[in-house]
Design a protein around this ligand. Sequence first.
Ligand SMILES: [Zn+2]
Length: 366
Amino acid sequence: MTTDSLSLDQFFHSFPKADLHYHLLGGVRLSTMLDFASKYGVELSERDAKSYYRAHQRETGIVKGGIEALTFLYQIMKEPEDYARVLFEVAEDAHACGVRYIETFWNPNDTELSYATVTDALAEAIDKTQQQFGIVIRLIPSINREKSPEEAVEMVNMMLDYSHPYALGIGIDYKEHNAPVEHFWKAYKLAQKNGLRLTAHCSEFGLHWRNVETGIELLQLERIDHGYTIIDNLELTNHYAKTGIPFTVIPSNTYYFTQWPDHQDWCLNHPIRTMAKAGLNIIPCTDDWHIHNTTSANCYRVMVEDFGFDLDSLRQMMVNSIQASWADDDTKQQWLKQWCHEFDSLRSQLAAEPTIPADKLIQYRR
Ligand SMILES: [Zn+2]
Protein backbone atom coordinates (compact mmCIF):
# COMPACT_ATOMS: atom_id res chain seq x y z
CA MET A 1 0.00 0.00 0.00
CA THR A 2 1.35 3.45 -0.85
CA THR A 3 1.07 6.26 1.67
CA ASP A 4 -1.19 8.29 -0.58
CA SER A 5 -3.71 5.50 -1.17
CA LEU A 6 -7.36 6.12 -0.38
CA SER A 7 -9.53 4.21 2.06
CA LEU A 8 -13.01 3.21 0.92
CA ASP A 9 -14.46 5.73 3.35
CA GLN A 10 -12.39 8.53 1.81
CA PHE A 11 -13.51 7.35 -1.62
CA PHE A 12 -17.21 7.45 -0.65
CA HIS A 13 -16.69 10.98 0.66
CA SER A 14 -14.81 12.31 -2.32
CA PHE A 15 -16.26 11.15 -5.64
CA PRO A 16 -18.76 13.65 -7.14
CA LYS A 17 -22.40 13.09 -6.31
CA ALA A 18 -25.82 14.50 -7.16
CA ASP A 19 -28.64 14.15 -4.63
CA LEU A 20 -32.03 14.42 -6.37
CA HIS A 21 -34.22 13.53 -3.39
CA TYR A 22 -33.42 15.83 -0.52
CA HIS A 23 -35.94 17.50 1.80
CA LEU A 24 -34.50 20.85 2.81
CA LEU A 25 -35.84 20.63 6.35
CA GLY A 26 -34.62 17.06 6.77
CA GLY A 27 -31.20 18.68 6.55
CA VAL A 28 -31.71 20.88 9.63
CA ARG A 29 -29.08 20.14 12.27
CA LEU A 30 -30.22 19.39 15.82
CA SER A 31 -28.38 22.47 17.14
CA THR A 32 -30.13 24.62 14.53
CA MET A 33 -33.57 23.31 15.52
CA LEU A 34 -32.77 24.21 19.14
CA ASP A 35 -31.58 27.68 18.08
CA PHE A 36 -34.81 28.36 16.17
CA ALA A 37 -36.92 27.26 19.14
CA SER A 38 -35.00 29.52 21.47
CA LYS A 39 -35.07 32.44 19.01
CA TYR A 40 -38.88 32.37 18.90
CA GLY A 41 -39.50 31.39 22.52
CA VAL A 42 -40.92 27.97 21.59
CA GLU A 43 -40.63 25.52 24.46
CA LEU A 44 -38.42 22.64 23.31
CA SER A 45 -36.18 20.61 25.59
CA GLU A 46 -33.06 19.02 24.13
CA ARG A 47 -34.62 15.61 24.81
CA ASP A 48 -37.73 16.52 22.82
CA ALA A 49 -35.67 17.90 19.96
CA LYS A 50 -33.55 14.74 19.90
CA SER A 51 -36.65 12.58 19.56
CA TYR A 52 -37.00 13.87 15.99
CA TYR A 53 -33.53 12.64 15.04
CA ARG A 54 -32.91 8.98 14.39
CA ALA A 55 -29.37 9.24 15.75
CA HIS A 56 -30.75 10.12 19.21
CA GLN A 57 -34.07 8.31 19.33
CA ARG A 58 -32.76 5.38 21.37
CA GLU A 59 -31.49 7.64 24.16
CA THR A 60 -34.73 9.67 24.31
CA GLY A 61 -37.00 6.62 24.29
CA ILE A 62 -39.40 8.61 22.09
CA VAL A 63 -39.55 8.05 18.37
CA LYS A 64 -41.00 10.77 16.20
CA GLY A 65 -41.16 10.38 12.43
CA GLY A 66 -39.37 12.43 9.79
CA ILE A 67 -42.68 13.94 8.70
CA GLU A 68 -43.43 15.17 12.24
CA ALA A 69 -40.02 16.81 12.31
CA LEU A 70 -40.69 18.67 9.07
CA THR A 71 -44.11 19.86 10.24
CA PHE A 72 -42.60 21.09 13.50
CA LEU A 73 -39.70 22.82 11.78
CA TYR A 74 -41.95 24.81 9.44
CA GLN A 75 -43.63 26.24 12.54
CA ILE A 76 -40.38 27.44 14.10
CA MET A 77 -38.80 28.91 10.97
CA LYS A 78 -40.50 32.28 10.93
CA GLU A 79 -38.09 34.53 9.05
CA PRO A 80 -36.46 34.32 5.61
CA GLU A 81 -33.01 34.30 7.22
CA ASP A 82 -33.91 30.95 8.88
CA TYR A 83 -34.32 29.38 5.43
CA ALA A 84 -31.06 30.95 4.27
CA ARG A 85 -29.25 29.53 7.31
CA VAL A 86 -30.62 26.04 6.71
CA LEU A 87 -29.70 26.11 3.04
CA PHE A 88 -26.17 27.26 3.90
CA GLU A 89 -25.71 24.43 6.41
CA VAL A 90 -27.16 21.90 3.95
CA ALA A 91 -24.54 23.00 1.41
CA GLU A 92 -21.75 22.88 3.99
CA ASP A 93 -22.64 19.32 5.08
CA ALA A 94 -23.11 18.12 1.51
CA HIS A 95 -19.84 19.66 0.35
CA ALA A 96 -18.01 17.65 3.02
CA CYS A 97 -19.35 14.48 1.34
CA GLY A 98 -18.40 15.36 -2.24
CA VAL A 99 -21.91 16.41 -3.27
CA ARG A 100 -21.85 18.77 -6.27
CA TYR A 101 -25.54 19.11 -7.03
CA ILE A 102 -28.79 18.96 -5.02
CA GLU A 103 -32.41 19.29 -6.04
CA THR A 104 -34.19 20.03 -2.80
CA PHE A 105 -37.87 19.81 -1.86
CA TRP A 106 -39.55 22.39 0.33
CA ASN A 107 -43.28 22.87 1.06
CA PRO A 108 -44.61 26.36 0.30
CA ASN A 109 -48.04 25.51 1.79
CA ASP A 110 -46.50 24.78 5.19
CA THR A 111 -45.03 28.19 5.95
CA GLU A 112 -46.64 31.49 6.89
CA LEU A 113 -44.08 33.29 4.75
CA SER A 114 -44.90 34.16 1.17
CA TYR A 115 -43.61 31.99 -1.67
CA ALA A 116 -41.60 34.91 -3.09
CA THR A 117 -39.99 35.71 0.27
CA VAL A 118 -38.75 32.16 0.86
CA THR A 119 -37.68 31.70 -2.76
CA ASP A 120 -35.64 34.91 -2.66
CA ALA A 121 -33.99 33.94 0.64
CA LEU A 122 -33.12 30.48 -0.68
CA ALA A 123 -31.92 31.82 -4.04
CA GLU A 124 -29.60 34.29 -2.36
CA ALA A 125 -28.18 31.52 -0.18
CA ILE A 126 -27.80 29.30 -3.26
CA ASP A 127 -25.65 31.93 -4.98
CA LYS A 128 -23.54 32.34 -1.84
CA THR A 129 -22.97 28.61 -1.36
CA GLN A 130 -22.18 28.08 -5.02
CA GLN A 131 -19.46 30.68 -4.69
CA GLN A 132 -18.13 29.33 -1.40
CA PHE A 133 -18.40 25.55 -1.93
CA GLY A 134 -18.85 25.18 -5.68
CA ILE A 135 -22.09 23.30 -5.02
CA VAL A 136 -25.17 23.89 -7.20
CA ILE A 137 -28.56 23.70 -5.47
CA ARG A 138 -31.93 23.93 -7.18
CA LEU A 139 -35.46 23.94 -5.76
CA ILE A 140 -38.48 21.66 -6.08
CA PRO A 141 -41.49 23.23 -4.36
CA SER A 142 -43.47 20.27 -3.10
CA ILE A 143 -47.15 19.63 -2.45
CA ASN A 144 -48.11 18.59 1.07
CA ARG A 145 -50.52 15.78 0.13
CA GLU A 146 -52.09 15.82 3.60
CA LYS A 147 -53.63 19.14 2.54
CA SER A 148 -56.28 19.57 -0.17
CA PRO A 149 -55.75 19.25 -3.93
CA GLU A 150 -57.01 22.85 -4.20
CA GLU A 151 -54.13 24.04 -2.02
CA ALA A 152 -51.81 22.17 -4.38
CA VAL A 153 -53.20 24.15 -7.32
CA GLU A 154 -52.65 27.31 -5.29
CA MET A 155 -49.03 26.30 -4.78
CA VAL A 156 -48.47 25.91 -8.52
CA ASN A 157 -50.15 29.26 -9.14
CA MET A 158 -47.81 30.87 -6.61
CA MET A 159 -44.89 29.43 -8.58
CA LEU A 160 -46.28 30.74 -11.84
CA ASP A 161 -46.91 34.20 -10.35
CA TYR A 162 -43.33 34.36 -9.09
CA SER A 163 -41.42 32.37 -11.66
CA HIS A 164 -37.80 31.79 -10.62
CA PRO A 165 -35.05 30.08 -12.64
CA TYR A 166 -33.95 28.02 -9.61
CA ALA A 167 -37.43 26.51 -9.06
CA LEU A 168 -37.33 23.76 -11.65
CA GLY A 169 -40.48 21.77 -11.09
CA ILE A 170 -42.87 20.31 -8.54
CA GLY A 171 -42.97 17.29 -6.25
CA ILE A 172 -45.38 15.86 -3.69
CA ASP A 173 -44.61 14.35 -0.30
CA TYR A 174 -45.97 13.56 3.20
CA LYS A 175 -48.28 10.61 3.95
CA GLU A 176 -49.52 8.93 0.81
CA HIS A 177 -52.02 6.48 2.37
CA ASN A 178 -55.19 8.50 1.74
CA ALA A 179 -53.72 10.83 -0.84
CA PRO A 180 -52.67 9.03 -4.02
CA VAL A 181 -51.08 11.23 -6.62
CA GLU A 182 -54.12 11.29 -8.96
CA HIS A 183 -56.01 13.43 -6.44
CA PHE A 184 -53.58 16.18 -7.40
CA TRP A 185 -53.93 15.93 -11.17
CA LYS A 186 -55.02 19.54 -11.59
CA ALA A 187 -51.86 20.86 -9.95
CA TYR A 188 -49.72 18.53 -12.07
CA LYS A 189 -51.48 19.42 -15.31
CA LEU A 190 -51.13 23.12 -14.59
CA ALA A 191 -47.43 22.72 -13.79
CA GLN A 192 -46.80 20.68 -16.92
CA LYS A 193 -48.67 23.10 -19.14
CA ASN A 194 -46.40 25.85 -17.91
CA GLY A 195 -43.13 24.04 -18.47
CA LEU A 196 -42.39 22.89 -14.93
CA ARG A 197 -40.74 19.50 -14.42
CA LEU A 198 -42.66 16.76 -12.57
CA THR A 199 -41.75 14.25 -9.89
CA ALA A 200 -43.73 12.62 -7.06
CA HIS A 201 -43.34 10.39 -4.02
CA CYS A 202 -45.21 7.22 -5.07
CA SER A 203 -45.53 3.79 -3.47
CA GLU A 204 -43.53 4.71 -0.41
CA PHE A 205 -44.41 2.94 2.90
CA GLY A 206 -45.20 -0.29 1.01
CA LEU A 207 -48.20 1.17 -0.80
CA HIS A 208 -49.52 -0.41 -3.99
CA TRP A 209 -47.51 -0.33 -7.28
CA ARG A 210 -50.58 1.22 -8.92
CA ASN A 211 -49.50 4.56 -7.48
CA VAL A 212 -46.34 4.47 -9.59
CA GLU A 213 -48.24 3.43 -12.70
CA THR A 214 -50.84 6.19 -12.22
CA GLY A 215 -48.12 8.77 -11.69
CA ILE A 216 -46.28 7.85 -14.85
CA GLU A 217 -49.15 7.03 -17.19
CA LEU A 218 -51.78 9.52 -16.07
CA LEU A 219 -49.78 12.44 -14.70
CA GLN A 220 -46.76 11.95 -16.96
CA LEU A 221 -44.23 12.17 -14.16
CA GLU A 222 -40.63 12.36 -15.30
CA ARG A 223 -39.21 10.82 -12.12
CA ILE A 224 -40.50 8.68 -9.27
CA ASP A 225 -39.40 9.19 -5.67
CA HIS A 226 -39.20 5.80 -3.88
CA GLY A 227 -41.57 3.58 -5.90
CA TYR A 228 -40.36 0.34 -4.28
CA THR A 229 -43.49 -1.75 -4.71
CA ILE A 230 -43.20 -1.53 -8.49
CA ILE A 231 -41.31 -4.82 -8.10
CA ASP A 232 -44.62 -6.51 -7.19
CA ASN A 233 -45.62 -6.12 -10.84
CA LEU A 234 -43.02 -7.86 -12.99
CA GLU A 235 -44.47 -6.78 -16.32
CA LEU A 236 -44.53 -3.13 -15.36
CA THR A 237 -41.07 -3.36 -13.81
CA ASN A 238 -39.68 -4.72 -17.08
CA HIS A 239 -41.50 -2.03 -19.03
CA TYR A 240 -40.08 0.80 -16.90
CA ALA A 241 -36.62 -0.77 -17.03
CA LYS A 242 -36.88 -0.39 -20.82
CA THR A 243 -38.26 3.15 -20.82
CA GLY A 244 -35.64 4.14 -18.23
CA ILE A 245 -37.78 6.36 -16.03
CA PRO A 246 -35.60 7.28 -13.03
CA PHE A 247 -36.42 6.18 -9.47
CA THR A 248 -34.76 8.05 -6.60
CA VAL A 249 -34.24 5.39 -3.92
CA ILE A 250 -33.26 5.75 -0.29
CA PRO A 251 -30.99 3.07 1.16
CA SER A 252 -31.84 4.23 4.71
CA ASN A 253 -35.61 4.13 4.17
CA THR A 254 -37.39 3.77 7.50
CA TYR A 255 -40.33 1.68 6.31
CA TYR A 256 -38.08 -1.10 5.07
CA PHE A 257 -36.03 -0.94 8.25
CA THR A 258 -39.11 -2.02 10.17
CA GLN A 259 -40.06 -4.66 7.61
CA TRP A 260 -36.74 -6.43 7.89
CA PRO A 261 -35.40 -5.83 11.38
CA ASP A 262 -32.75 -8.52 10.98
CA HIS A 263 -29.84 -6.78 9.32
CA GLN A 264 -28.80 -9.54 6.90
CA ASP A 265 -32.36 -10.15 5.75
CA TRP A 266 -32.94 -6.46 5.44
CA CYS A 267 -29.93 -6.11 3.17
CA LEU A 268 -30.61 -9.10 0.97
CA ASN A 269 -34.36 -8.57 0.59
CA HIS A 270 -34.41 -4.82 0.25
CA PRO A 271 -36.43 -3.76 -2.84
CA ILE A 272 -33.52 -1.62 -4.02
CA ARG A 273 -31.57 -4.81 -4.83
CA THR A 274 -34.52 -6.22 -6.76
CA MET A 275 -35.04 -2.95 -8.63
CA ALA A 276 -31.38 -2.91 -9.65
CA LYS A 277 -31.40 -6.55 -10.74
CA ALA A 278 -34.45 -5.80 -12.91
CA GLY A 279 -32.49 -3.02 -14.60
CA LEU A 280 -34.55 -0.07 -13.37
CA ASN A 281 -32.90 3.33 -13.49
CA ILE A 282 -32.08 3.91 -9.80
CA ILE A 283 -30.38 6.82 -8.08
CA PRO A 284 -29.37 6.57 -4.39
CA CYS A 285 -30.39 9.65 -2.40
CA THR A 286 -30.53 10.75 1.24
CA ASP A 287 -34.16 11.95 1.70
CA ASP A 288 -33.82 13.43 5.23
CA TRP A 289 -30.12 13.87 5.89
CA HIS A 290 -29.94 14.80 9.62
CA ILE A 291 -33.38 13.57 10.63
CA HIS A 292 -32.58 10.08 9.27
CA ASN A 293 -28.94 10.21 10.38
CA THR A 294 -27.46 9.68 6.96
CA THR A 295 -25.17 11.44 4.48
CA SER A 296 -24.50 11.07 0.77
CA ALA A 297 -21.24 9.26 1.50
CA ASN A 298 -23.09 6.88 3.83
CA CYS A 299 -25.76 6.36 1.22
CA TYR A 300 -23.23 5.02 -1.30
CA ARG A 301 -21.39 3.11 1.43
CA VAL A 302 -24.61 1.23 2.26
CA MET A 303 -25.04 0.39 -1.44
CA VAL A 304 -21.65 -1.34 -1.41
CA GLU A 305 -21.17 -2.71 2.09
CA ASP A 306 -24.75 -3.68 2.93
CA PHE A 307 -26.40 -4.21 -0.46
CA GLY A 308 -23.41 -5.73 -2.29
CA PHE A 309 -23.03 -3.44 -5.31
CA ASP A 310 -19.55 -3.26 -6.88
CA LEU A 311 -17.86 0.02 -7.74
CA ASP A 312 -18.83 -0.14 -11.41
CA SER A 313 -22.45 -0.17 -10.17
CA LEU A 314 -21.76 2.97 -8.16
CA ARG A 315 -20.30 4.65 -11.22
CA GLN A 316 -23.45 3.71 -13.16
CA MET A 317 -25.64 5.21 -10.40
CA MET A 318 -23.56 8.40 -10.45
CA VAL A 319 -24.12 8.60 -14.23
CA ASN A 320 -27.85 7.94 -13.69
CA SER A 321 -27.99 10.81 -11.19
CA ILE A 322 -26.57 13.28 -13.70
CA GLN A 323 -28.81 12.11 -16.53
CA ALA A 324 -31.94 12.16 -14.34
CA SER A 325 -31.23 15.61 -12.97
CA TRP A 326 -33.05 18.67 -14.22
CA ALA A 327 -29.85 20.54 -15.03
CA ASP A 328 -29.53 21.79 -18.62
CA ASP A 329 -28.10 19.46 -21.26
CA ASP A 330 -24.77 21.24 -21.70
CA THR A 331 -24.11 21.13 -17.96
CA LYS A 332 -25.04 17.45 -17.84
CA GLN A 333 -22.60 16.63 -20.68
CA GLN A 334 -19.85 18.51 -18.91
CA TRP A 335 -20.55 16.77 -15.57
CA LEU A 336 -20.67 13.35 -17.23
CA LYS A 337 -17.19 13.81 -18.59
CA GLN A 338 -15.70 15.46 -15.54
CA TRP A 339 -17.31 13.33 -12.82
CA CYS A 340 -16.52 10.03 -14.55
CA HIS A 341 -12.92 11.14 -14.91
CA GLU A 342 -12.77 12.05 -11.21
CA PHE A 343 -14.46 8.82 -10.17
CA ASP A 344 -11.98 6.72 -12.15
CA SER A 345 -9.00 8.67 -10.95
CA LEU A 346 -10.03 8.38 -7.27
CA ARG A 347 -10.82 4.70 -7.74
CA SER A 348 -7.31 4.09 -9.07
CA GLN A 349 -5.95 5.51 -5.81
CA LEU A 350 -7.90 3.06 -3.62
CA ALA A 351 -5.79 0.92 -1.33
CA ALA A 352 -8.13 -1.97 -2.17
CA GLU A 353 -11.45 -2.52 -3.94
CA PRO A 354 -14.27 -3.66 -1.63
CA THR A 355 -14.54 -7.40 -1.10
CA ILE A 356 -18.12 -8.57 -1.72
CA PRO A 357 -19.18 -12.20 -1.26
CA ALA A 358 -20.20 -13.77 -4.59
CA ASP A 359 -23.70 -14.69 -3.37
CA LYS A 360 -24.36 -11.05 -2.44
CA LEU A 361 -22.62 -9.28 -5.32
CA ILE A 362 -24.69 -7.17 -7.72
CA GLN A 363 -23.16 -5.89 -10.95
CA TYR A 364 -25.56 -3.16 -11.92
CA ARG A 365 -25.14 -1.94 -15.51
CA ARG A 366 -27.58 -0.23 -17.85
ZN1 LIG B 1 -38.77 11.98 0.42
